[in-house]
Design a binder for this molecule. Structure first.
Ligand code: UDX
Length: 457
C-alpha cells in the first residue's frame, strides 16, 4: 500500500493507445502491449498510426518522460505491472451480427497465465452481456495457483476525434463487479476525474457491460429517429434542422445527436447495435431486437436516399457524370473509414458508372486502401472542378467553411447535396448554388445579381 499501482494496457488501438497515454498523464507508470510489432515501434517513437487530435503530443510527452512505454512482450508487461486493462477490439464477426470475442478471450487468458504476483484485471472493451462472467472462469483456469487476479469491468465511452478529453474527463465512470479492494484501486487510478466531480456508478458485471451497449444503442436510436422524421419532413415540406433545434430546447430531449443526414457509421455504433441484437436474441429479449433492427435499417436507407438524390440531380442517370464527393471518413476529425456512410455512397455511385472524385483532408489514404477503385483528389478545388453534382457527405469544417462563390465558378452544375445538413443554405444559394439538404427544403440558387456578395466570415 502507498505505492502507486503500475499499469499495463493490453491492445493499443484507439481505445488502448488513448487509455495508456491518459493514464501516464494522470501520473502512472504505464506499459502498452500490442501483438503488432509495427504498432509498438511506431508508438514507441511517438507516432500514432491513426489521426486523433492531441494524442501524438501526449504520447510523445510521456514516452519522453519515461512514464509510458510500449512492448510486444505481454509476459514482461504483466510481470512489471499491477493493474491490467484489457483494451482489445471486439469487431463484428464475418457473416454474422455477433461480436468476435476471440481477442478479448485470448488477451485475458494470456494476462492470467503471465501473472507472477497479485493484480487486478480490468475489462474496458465493449462486450456482449455475460462475457465478463465467462472471462472470470477463463482467468481461474489459467492463472497460477495462489495468485489473486480478480476481474472487474470498466467500460469506455470515448468518441473518436475527442478520445483524449473523453478519457481524461469522462461524463461518468462505471465500475462493474468490484469488491472493496478493487473499488479502492479503481478510485485511486481515477482520483483526478473523481476529484473534479465525475460520478462513479458501481454495479454488477452485467450492468456495467450493458451500460456501454445501451448508451450506444440509445445514441443510434436518436440519430435514426431524427432521420425517420427527416423523411416525413421532406414529403411534408418541413425543415428537419429547424425542427431539431426546436426539439432540442426541451432538455429532456436535448439537441445533441439530432443531426439528420447520412446517418451513423464508424467502428462502434453499427457493430454495437448488431451485437446487441444478436445477444438479446440469444437471451430471448426480443423487443429490443426489433427496435434495433429498425434503427439499423433506417440508418442504411439514408445512404440509399442520398444515392437516389444524386441520380436525380444528374437527371436520371449518373453514367459518366462527374460527382464530387466531399468526405470519406465516417465523421470529421478522424481518418477512420470503418463502415463509413460517405465511402459507401461514393462506391455505389462509382459502381453505377459515375466519375466519382473523393476528397478528404485526412482519410484519403485509409479510404484508398479499402476502396482501391475509387479516385481521390488532393484538393477541394480539384474535386469540384467540372462536377455535375457535389455531395457533402462528411461535414469537415474545411468543406463547411469553403468559399461557395469560388466553388460555384469551378462546378459545371452548381447543385450541392447537403447530406449532413451542415451548410448555410442562404450563403450557398446566394453564391449560385442549388442546395438540396437531406430532409429539408431545397433552396434554389438565387439570381446571379446576388453572386459575389460579402460572405460572413
Ligand atoms: C461512439 C459513441 O459516441 C462513443 O460514446 C462510443 O464509445 C463509441 O461510439 P464514435 O463512433 O467515435 O463514438 O462517433 P460519434 O461521434 O458518436 O458519431 C457516430 C456516428 O453518428 C458518426 O458517423 C456521425 O456522423 C453520426 N451522427 C452523430 C449523426 O449522423 N448525427 C448526429 O447527430 C450525431
Amino acid at each position: 500500500a502507498g505505492l502507486k499501482p503500475r499499469i499495463s494496457v493490453i491492445g493499443t488501438g484507439y481505445l488502448g493507445a488513448t487509455h495508456a497515454a491518459a493514464m501516464a498523464e494522470l501520473g502512472f507508470d504505464v506499459i502498452g502491449v500490442d501483438t503488432d510489432p509495427a504498432k509498438v515501434d511506431a508508438l514507441s517513437a511517438g507516432r500514432v498510426p491513426f489521426h486523433e487530435p492531441g494524442l501524438p503530443e501526449l504520447i510523445l510527452e510521456h514516452v519522453g518522460s519515461g512514464r509510458l512505454r510500449f512492448t510486444a512482450d505481454l509476459a514482461d508487461a504483466v510481470a512489471t505491472s499491477d493493474v491490467h486493462f484489457i483494451c482489445v477490439g471486439t469487431p463484428q464477426r464475418r457473416g454474422s451480427h455477433a461480436a468476435n470475442l476471440s481477442y478479448v478471450e485470448s488477451a485475458t487468458k494470456a494476462v492470467a497465465e503471465a501473472m507472477s504476483h497479485d493484480g487486478l484485471i480490468v475489462g474496458k472493451s465493449t462486450v456482449p452481456v455475460g462475457t465478463a462472467a465467462r472471462l472470470r472462469g477463463i482467468i481461474t483456469e489459467s492463472k497460477p495457483t495462489g495468485i489473486d487476479a480478480p476481474l472487474v469491468w470498466n467500460p469506455e465511452f470515448l468518441r473518436e476525434a475527442h478520445a483524449v478529453e473523453d478519457t481524461l474527463r469522462p461524463d461518468r465512470l462505471v465500475f462493474g463487479g468490484t469488491d472493496a479492494k478493487s473499488e479502492a484501486v479503481l478510485r485511486e487510478i481515477y482520483a483526478a476525474p473523481i476529484a473534479t466531480g465525475t460520478p462513479v456508478i458501481s454495479c454488477d458485471l452485467a450492468t456495467a457491460e450493458l451500460v456501454k451497449v445501451s448508451a450506444n444503442a440509445f445514441l443510434a436510436t436518436k440519430i435514426s429517429f431524427i432521420n425517420a422524421i427527416s423523411e416525413l419532413c421532406e414529403v411534408a415540406g418541413a425543415d428537419v434542422s429547424v425542427l431539431a433545434d426546436a426539439l432540442g430546447h426541451d432538455d429532456r430531449i436535448g439537441r445533441k445527436f439530432l443531426n439528420a443526414g447520412l446517418g451513423f457509421g464508424g467502428g462502434c455504433l453499427p457493430k454495437d447495435i448488431r451485437a446487441l441484437m444478436y445477444r438479446a436474441n440469444e437471451l430471448g429479449a426480443t423487443r429490443v431486437v426489433g427496435l434495433m433492427q429498425e434503427v439499423d435499417e433506417i440508418n442504411m436507407l439514408q445512404r440509399q436516399r442520398v444515392i437516389d438524390q444524386a441520380i436525380d440531380a444528374c437527371g436520371g442517370s449518373v453514367l459518366n457524370r462527374k460527382i464530387a464527393v466531399l468526405g470519406a471518413a465516417f465523421k470529421p476529425d478522424t481518418d477512420d473509414v470503418r463502415d463509413s456512410p460517405a465511402l459507401n455512397v461514393a462506391a455505389a455511385l462509382h459502381l453505377r458508372g459515375a466519375r466519382v472524385l473523393v476528397v478528404d483532408p485526412e482519410a484519403s489514404n485509409t479510404a484508398a486502401r479499402s476502396f482501391p477503385t475509387l479516385s481521390f483528389a488532393d484538393s477541394l478545388d480539384e474535386a469540384v472542378t467540372d462536377a455535375d453534382v457535389v455531395l457533402l457527405l462528411t461535414e469537415w469544417p474545411v468543406f463547411v467553411n469553403a468559399d461557395p462563390v469560388h466553388l460555384a465558378e469551378l462546378a459545371t452544375n452548381p447543385i450541392v447535396l447537403d447530406s449532413r445538413n451542415a451548410l448555410d443554405s442562404e450563403v450557398w444559394s446566394s453564391a449560385g448554388w442549388e442546395v438540396r439538404p437531406l430532409g429539408g427544403k431545397v433552396v434554389q440558387r438565387q439570381a446571379r445579381a446576388y453572386q459575389g456578395v460579402a460572405l460572413p466570415a
